[in-house]
Design a protein around this ligand. Structure first.
Ligand SMILES: [Zn+2]
Length: 381
């Protein structure tokens, strides 16, 4: 008997663009952020004391940061000397190579120098955010490369970041897809710290402002999916993302909504911030970085990929076709915000799907059965 191909067409009718569905893999990583781990690192940071550039406290903090990355298996760890009014400080630059786009970078950064006090909030909060993320993302495969950068000299006029842009990023024509700056995200004790400010580029030049808005809007959508925080969008200013935006790179940033009154004083200590708030910010920053770098779930549990199964055409207008009919398979379509916009179990052999209802943009299509797990990127025209 000749096998007759059963052509079934699924019409996507169940799309809800407002569905706040999270990426289960990203959620599983975010769930591993530990309150105690964040707290202990912040205590350590505080205990170094006042970390002005050139001080022993600054240099001890630098050595601690460097050894931290070594301990988690990072191998590309570089330092850049920065002259801050005659005192030498160091930027720490740690690179994790992406699988698909090794020469395109997502930078996550925060300064670690402090002024007049131990800087638990400004910017111990950003520093430990980077460290906790580095702990959890160390063994996760990402499409894009990631650079963790701990800048020095921020408090003296963004000197460390300016030096990095002038002497490394620009001369090497570094392809930077996004700069995510974390500065003062510890909140204020005894206040309702429920909102985080997502900062977009509203400065000259304006050529990179649209890209910054898109990154920032994406982050503002992601944070409430993985945390208890509300988000608000405002303008970026006066922190280490500014030298990047000035030369045209797309930037975004996080900043606390209730601004600490203790910055640059001896009272910028853990007791005066809100660790529960910081804990949420760490989770949201991690989810954002997983999304920006296009982190992939390790497929070693379902290691049978069907290499011959293709989707076409791509870009797609309405109908997308499978190169062979699939059955007993779940299809999930995920948008750029990590939201599942379509999910269906295909119980009968299926060769095409109508994507007419999808908005224009980039989507991930995941096909899962007992025997395969394939992922595709498609562009909807
Ligand atoms: Zn700061």
């Amino acid at each position: 008997m000749k096998y007759i191909l059963l052509q079934l067409t699924i019409f996507i009718t169940s799309i809800s663009v407002n569905a706040q569905t999270l990426n289960p893999f990203y959620q599983s990583v975010v769930a591993q952020v530990k309150f105690d781990s964040v707290q202990q690192k912040l205590q350590k940071f505080q205990d170094f004391g006042i970390k002005t550039v050139g001080s022993p406290a600054h240099n001890n903090a630098f050595d601690w940061l460097k050894s931290y990355y070594k301990n988690y298996g990072y191998t590309t760890i570089e330092q850049q000397s920065v002259n801050v009014s005659g005192n030498i400080g160091y930027n720490l630059i740690v690179t994790k190579i992406g699988k698909k786009y090794p020469d395109e970078f997502i930078i996550i950064d925060g300064h670690y120098d402090t002024l007049n006090g131990p800087g638990a909030n400004d910017n111990g909060s950003g520093t430990v955010t980077l460290l906790e993320i580095a702990r959890l993302i160390a063994n996760i495969e990402t499409d894009y490369s990631i650079k963790f950068i701990h800048f020095t000299g921020e408090e003296r006029g963004l000197i460390g970041s300016q030096e990095y842009v002038n002497k490394i990023a620009v001369p090497n024509n570094l392809k930077i897809k996004a700069v995510l700056n974390i500065d003062e995200v510890g909140g204020v004790k005894n206040k309702a710290n429920t909102t985080i400010v997502c900062e977009q580029d509203e400065s000259n030049p304006i050529s990179n402002n649209a890209a910054s808005s898109e990154l920032t809007a994406t982050m503002a959508n992601i944070l409430p999916l993985y945390t208890s925080l509300k988000t608000e969008i405002s303008n970026a200013y006066s922190s280490d993302y500014m030298p990047f935006q000035a030369v045209g790179y797309p930037i975004t940033g996080l900043f606390e909504k209730n601004e600490t009154p203790y910055a640059h004083t001896i009272n910028d200590v853990i007791d005066n911030l809100d660790l529960n708030y910081l804990f949420e910010v760490v989770k949201g920053s991690l989810a954002t970085l997983l999304h920006f770098s296009e982190a992939k779930q390790q497929l070693n549990t379902v290691d049978i990929k069907n290499e011959t199964l293709k989707l076409y055409p791509n870009p797609v207008k309405d109908m997308v076709y499978f190169s062979e009919p699939i059955t007993n398979t779940t299809i999930e379509i995920i948008n750029q915000n990590g939201q599942i916009v379509f999910s269906e179990y295909l119980s009968t052999p299926t060769s095409q799907i109508n994507l007419k209802q999808l908005q224009k943009g980039l989507y991930h299509v995941i096909l899962k059965s007992n025997t395969i797990q394939n992922q595709y990127k498609i562009i909807k025209k």
